[in-house]
Structures are given as structure tokens and as C-alpha cells.
Design a protein around this ligand. Structure first.
Ligand SMILES: [Zn+2]
Length: 62
């Protein structure tokens, strides 16, 4: 699992997401940033910044 916490990019935001694929995490993060933070122009740089902040999330569920 891959995990992205928006607070690492936008201080104060508690939103986070997890998905199996990094690409899916990026897709959800971009969608959130557009809707919640009014990122009108999705710059190539933004995707890089999201990817730089994605962490491995261990699934602890039995
Ligand atoms: Zn956010």
C-alpha cells in the first residue's frame, strides 16, 4: 500500500489517502488538491511533489 498525507504538502490539512498503486495515490491526491485547495493549474511539479511525499503503508489488517 502507498500512502499520501496532504498535510505534508499543505500544512494543516488532515486529508490522506491510501492505494495499492502509486499512480492511484497521485490521481486521488491531484483530485483532492484541485477540489479542496483550488489548485487550478496542475503543474508537472505538483505531481513530483506528491510522489516525493508518498510513503509505504503497511497493511496491518489480518
Ligand atoms: Zn488537503
Amino acid at each position: 500500500m502507498k500512502r499520501f498525507e496532504c498535510g505534508t504538502l499543505v500544512p494543516g490539512c488532515n486529508w490522506s489517502t491510501e492505494a495499492e498503486d502509486e499512480a492511484e495515490v497521485v490521481r486521488r491526491a491531484v483530485e483532492h488538491l484541485k477540489m479542496a485547495h483550488e489548485e487550478h493549474a496542475i503543474r508537472p511539479n505538483l505531481v513530483s511533489e506528491i510522489k516525493a511525499r508518498i510513503r509505504d503503508a503497511k497493511a496491518n489488517a489480518a
